[in-house]
Structures are given as structure tokens and as C-alpha cells.
Design a protein around this ligand. Structure first.
Ligand code: BF8
Length: 631
């Protein structure tokens, strides 16, 4: 058994890497062994130059850092900084989108017109913007301004968080003093609080971290809303996933990173460049996605996803990837080293995210289209360069149905009940055909066999009639391994859920059931899952912590995953982590996050590295909530 990945394409390409002596993330993990035990427990502090300080978890060595900070303070401070970094990443992405929308409204970004006016109006109205008699550009500017206002400090809590949750949730956050008044403001505050000699109270630091998590939620929701406004709200789309989507006869371009500002435009530009590609001897331009920006263009254009997360280096080894175009986040800097062995061009596009060895073509909204053409011309030139060279493409790919925005899910349900679209879903939760909902979020992590936790948990929960939602690389895992088509419903869903998904599929003219796992999009699109939960909660007249809804990050790795997990807890969801977070050095922090926090938000962390056990624990959490609702 290959202990590195369940994905056969990845296994095949790792063998190619081995044969060609090419180093991958798995090799680098080996060369890092043994990794720092203090770091793994969260017991190392580098926040001042009297350190680095380490606290001995077994009690024989130092119990305090030079400043006197103990294990609880260290662990809480380190965790807080991770969460804040995640919040900065997601909200940086959404701030970028807000600027693009504003530039378009000001006539400075002609290539970025509003695609979904209906969503623009809905978001405007949600934020109390009067739309009657106003031009679209004016409304767009006002929405962009409301979004940008959320970053500094408002008189009132962050709008994109508070206007998208239940009223009682916002009140609860106020009551406990964890409802931040600005995204950048809470990021700065938490950086301040975690410096030497400020906040030493672990529980107080954790409450501040939850506030930062709520800011992350706002950033994610804003990211989803503004992307839908600028690029269109996704509707169900048929496509494919895995490395078999690469085509030797075409110019293959991987879109990697996160922000659709670049990738969506390249999808449009590629249509114009098709003839140029043909003149170079290619049959066309084949765009494929990697990681979250791949999910963005899959959701809106059906662009197939090639691979995700820890296996992002491997498409280069096929020898037929002509360009990897990246924006920011989750892009391994190693890709330029690998690309150096092939004709692949790595192109960085953002001033804040350069990689040594890459070609840098900076994208600004003002001239994005021309720059997009320049990028694709490099890919076409690389295609010519590889003529006659050998290549190796694993013939693995799976059919997927993606594009499940909240609006698309509601529209699909409306085919069963036009007046009350959510009613069929609620009825089936009440009658037990659907026991509950589990959101799979987060990454792959090279420390666990890629995809394995997702697959085991998805099978176990689907069998028990739990409806599965997925985003980011979690959606990638489940898509690449065949959980996102109607056949998967027949194979894995319990009888109750099978009947429901078949009825929805039939009512919507699909030739089979909906998939057992609904692809909601990229990681910022975890906000779509929250929207679904909030809509159900409001319909039932309860808060989100009463719902049989759970979240899981079985193979997470990034700081962004920490911040998403934090807001899942802030919203009241039992939230599973399949990797042990670096907090075990503090009993107090562990207890607060897994138990005590429940008394505040209703949510809590479940840490379980065994996927089968994890599925059982989540199912139990669902049962508890059903019982509390009298179901
Ligand atoms: O934001 S799941 S490895 S790609 S962090 Fe990154 Fe994790 Fe993938 Fe998207 Ni999300």
C-alpha cells in the first residue's frame, strides 16, 4: 500500500518522481525528521529576542519562558497568531475583490464588469443600501465601500459577519465581547495582545482568537459575495477531476492559488487565444485548476480540477504542463525547482507573492486582459518547446457535478416546493431521511496519507444518511476519488438520503441523483455552508448551535484552516480536527477548546485522528442535537 496517497494518479506520479530523482513534499517531510516536539505541542516562543524559549512538557525542565510566560500563555498566544494569520489571508483576498469592484464602478477596471446584478442587489439590500433608481455602477460602488468599511473600525460590529448570521448569534457574540468592529482592527489587536507583556491570560487570548475567527468568517463571506457579483453565482456544472484531465495535444495551463480575479479572467482570455494556440500546432488551450482558484473556475466555468494541495507539484512531472499561473496562498515555492526540469513556465502575477525562479507578469485590473494574453503566449511557446519530448500522464479522472452555491441548492429544492424551497430539506431532516449535515473543509497534509481521512469519513457518514458539503481541497479529495457524481450516491448513500437526492435530481432533470457530496467551492465559500445553516435555523426559529450540523477538517494544514475552524466553533458547530493541533502543551487550552467553549458559543472542537472514530463522534454529535430538537 502506498502510504503517501490514496489517489492513484498521485501514486503513479510519485513513482515518476522517484525514478527521476525529483524531490517532492513527501521527501522534504522525511528530511525534516525528527520535527520539533516543542513546536508540535505549541510550547516554543519566539515573540521576543530573549528567546527562543521552550517549556518542558514533562516538568523536569523550565516551566516558564524568560519573561515568565507559562505553557498556557505560550500555547494560547501561538494559536492566536495562527488564527489571525488565516484571517489576514482570507480577508486580504476579499479586500482585493472589493477594490476590483470599486475600480470597475469608477471606470478603471473595464475587464471586470458585474456579472450577477441580482446578487449585487441582494447584497446591497442586506446591507441597507437603497437601490431604487440607482445605476448598477453606483450600487456596486456602495457595496464595495460597505465592504471596505468592514476592515478598519466601525461604530458597530463587522457587517459581513453580523448581517449574515441569526440575530441571536450576533447578540450572543456581543454578550461575550467577541464581536469585532473591524477585520484589520482585530488582526492588529491580536498581534498587539500576543506581543511580550500584553495578554497573558490564556482564556482571554482564546476569546480574542474567536473574535478574530468571526472576522475571518466576515472575510470569507465577503469573498464569496463579491466573487459571485463579479464573476457570477455558480449553478450546477458537469466536469472532471484528476490529472487525467491534462491533454498532450493541447496547451495545458494550470491555474493555481485562490483569487478568481486572475483565474476567471484567464478563462475568458483563453477563448480569444484559441486560434493562436492552434497556429502553434495545439488543438486548443486546456485550462485546469489546482487548489482553491481551481475550485472557483470549476464552479463557474466547469474548468476541470487537476489536483490539490500536497500533490500540486506533480502535474509538472507529467511533462505536458506548459504553464502554472499562480496568484497567492498555498502555492509551494518548490514548483519553480520542479519546473526547471521540464518546459513548464511558472508565472507569478501578484506583487505580494513572488517566487524565485518564476517569470513575474504582474496583473493589475486596469490592463489585465492584455497581461492575460501575454501569460497565455508564454504557455503556447512552452507547448512548442515540448514537441517530441516524452511525457507521462496518469489516466485517472472522475466525473464531478459542482457549482452548488447556496442559491443553486435553493433553486434545486424549489423544484420540489416553489413557495418554501427549504421545506423539503427540513422535512427530510425531521423524518430522518437526512440525519444531519457535515461540512468537509480544509486541506491535505503531507503527514497523513493524502485523502484517506476524507474518504473513510465520507463513506461512513453518507452510509448513515448525513448530507455532505465540501469546499477547498476537501472538495478536491472527494471529487478526485469519485464522490461527486450520481453514481457515488448509489454506491455510498444510505437509503433515506438516496431517496432524497434522487427526488431532487429527478425534479431538476438530472439523469440520476444529486451527488452525496455537494461542492460549494473554494475555502472562502465555507460561507455558503453557513448561509444554508442560517437559513434552516431561521426557518426553524432556532440558533445555529441547535442544528444537527457539524464541520470537519480531516487533513488540515494551513493557518487559514485554523481560522475557519474557529468560526465554525463561534457559530456553534461541533468541529472535528483530524490532525492534532499544536495546543497539547496546555491542558487549559485543550479543555477550553474541547469543552468549556461550548458554554459560550455552543460549538467545540473534537480532535480525533482515527477517521472511523471521528465519523462516529460526529454522528453522535448530530444525534445529540436531533434529540435536543425532539427529533
Ligand atoms: O484555501 S484547503 S491547502 S488551497 S488552505 Fe490551501 Fe488548505 Fe487547500 Fe485553498 Ni484552503
Amino acid at each position: 500500500m502506498d502510504t503517501r496517497s490514496v489517489d492513484l494518479a498521485v501514486q503513479e506520479m510519485l513513482e515518476v518522481a522517484f525514478q527521476n530523482k525529483i524531490e517532492t513534499a513527501w521527501d522534504r517531510l522525511n528530511s525534516q525528521q525528527p520535527q520539533c516536539g516543542f513546536g508540535e505541542l505549541g510550547l516554543c516562543c519566539r515573540n521576543c529576542t530573549q528567546g527562543p524559549c521552550r517549556i518542558d512538557p514533562f516538568g523536569d525542565g523550565p516551566r516558564k519562558g524568560v519573561c515568565g510566560a507559562d505553557a498556557d500563555t505560550l500555547v494560547a498566544r501561538n494559536l492566536a497568531r495562527s488564527i489571525v494569520a488565516g484571517t489576514a489571508s482570507h480577508s486580504g483576498h476579499s479586500k482585493h475583490l472589493a477594490h476590483v469592484l470599486k475600480k470597475w464602478a469608477d471606470g478603471k477596471a473595464p475587464d471586470y464588469p458585474v456579472k450577477d446584478e441580482r446578487k449585487l442587489l441582494a447584497v446591497a439590500q442586506r446591507h441597507g443600501i437603497e437601490v431604487e433608481g440607482k445605476e448598477i455602477k453606483t450600487i456596486a460602488r456602495l457595496v464595495a465601500e460597505v465592504a471596505l468599511e468592514d476592515f478598519s473600525e466601525r461604530e458597530t460590529p463587522i457587517a459581513f459577519a453580523n448581517r449574515t448570521v441569526t440575530k441571536s448569534r450576533a447578540e450572543l457574540w456581543n454578550k461575550f465581547g467577541i464581536n469585532p468592529i473591524g477585520i484589520d482592527s482585530i488582526i492588529a489587536e491580536m498581534m498587539h495582545r500576543t506581543t511580550l507583556g500584553v495578554d497573558a491570560d490564556a482564556n482571554n487570548l482564546l476569546l480574542g482568537s474567536i473574535a478574530a475567527g468571526i472576522a475571518d468568517y466576515a472575510g470569507c463571506h465577503m469573498g464569496t459575495d463579491l466573487s459571485d457579483i463579479l464573476f457570477g453565482t455558480p449553478t450546477p456544472v458537469f466536469s472532471e477531476m484528476n490529472m487525467g484531465v491534462l491533454d498532450p495535444k493541447q496547451v495545458n495551463v494550470a491555474l493555481h492559488g485562490h483569487n478568481p480575479v486572475l483565474s476567471d479572467l484567464l478563462v475568458q482570455v483563453s477563448r480569444e487565444m484559441r486560434e493562436e494556440a492552434k497556429m502553434a500546432g495545439a488543438t486548443g488551450i486546456n485550462l485546469v485548476g489546482i487548489c482553491c482558484t481551481g475550485s472557483e473556475v470549476l464552479m463557474r466555468h466547469g474548468v476541470p480540477s487537476c489536483t490539490h494541495s500536497v500533490s500540486q507539484e506533480l502535474p509538472i512531472l507529467t511533462g505536458i504542463l506548459d504553464a502554472m499561473v499562480v496568484d497567492y496562498q498555498c502555492v509551494y515555492p518548490s514548483i519553480t525547482t520542479l519546473a526547471g526540469c521540464y518546459s513548464t513556465k511558472v508565472i507569478t502575477t501578484m506583487s505580494m507573492a513572488k517566487i524565485p525562479g518564476a517569470i513575474h507578469i504582474e496583473i493589475h485590473e486596469e490592463d489585465a486582459w492584455e497581461k492575460g494574453k501575454e501569460i497565455l503566449r508564454l504557455a503556447i511557446a512552452a507547448f512548442k518547446e515540448r514537441a517530441g519530448r516524452s511525457f507521462h500522464v496518469p489516466q485517472c479522472k472522475e466525473k464531478v457535478i459542482a457549482g452548488f452555491s447556496t442559491e443553486a441548492i435553493v433553486a434545486a429544492l424549489a423544484k420540489l416546493n416553489q413557495e418554501e424551497p427549504l421545506q423539503p430539506l427540513i422535512d427530510n431532516i425531521v423524518n430522518g431521511n437526512i440525519q444531519g449535515i457535515c461540512l468537509f473543509a480544509g486541506c491535505n497534509n503531507v503527514k497523513v496519507r493524502q485523502d484517506e481521512n476524507y474518504i473513510i469519513m465520507a463513506k461512513e457518514l453518507a452510509k448513515r444518511n448525513v448530507l455532505l458539503l465540501a469546499t477547498g481541497c476537501g472538495a478536491g479529495s472527494l471529487g478526485r476519488l469519485g464522490f461527486m457524481n450520481g453514481e457515488a450516491t448509489k454506491a455510498y448513500a444510505g437509503e433515506g438520503m438516496k431517496a432524497v437526492l434522487s427526488a431532487i435530481g429527478e425534479a431538476n432533470g438530472l439523469e440520476g441523483p444529486l451527488p452525496p457530496v455537494l461542492h460549494l467551492g473554494s475555502c472562502v465559500d465555507n460561507s455558503r455552508a453557513v448561509d444554508i445553516a442560517v437559513a434552516i435555523a431561521e426557518k426553524l426559529g432556532v440558533d445555529t448551535d441547535m442544528l444537527p450540523v457539524v464541520a470537519s477538517a480531516p487533513e488540515y494544514k494551513t493557518e487559514k484552516a485554523f481560522s475557519i475552524g474557529t468560526y465554525a466553533v463561534a457559530l456553534g458547530f461541533p468541529t472535528h480536527l483530524g490532525m492534532v493541533p499544536p495546543v497539547v502543551g496546555s491542558k487549559q487550552v485543550v479543555k477550553t477548546l474541547t469543552k468549556d467553549i461550548r458554554g459560550i458559543t455552543g460549538g467545540y472542537l473534537i480532535v480525533e485522528t482515527n477517521p472511523l472514530e471521528a465519523a462516529k463522534k460526529l454522528f453522535l454529535a448530530i444525534q445529540e442535537r436531533r434529540a435536543d430538537l425532539g427529533l
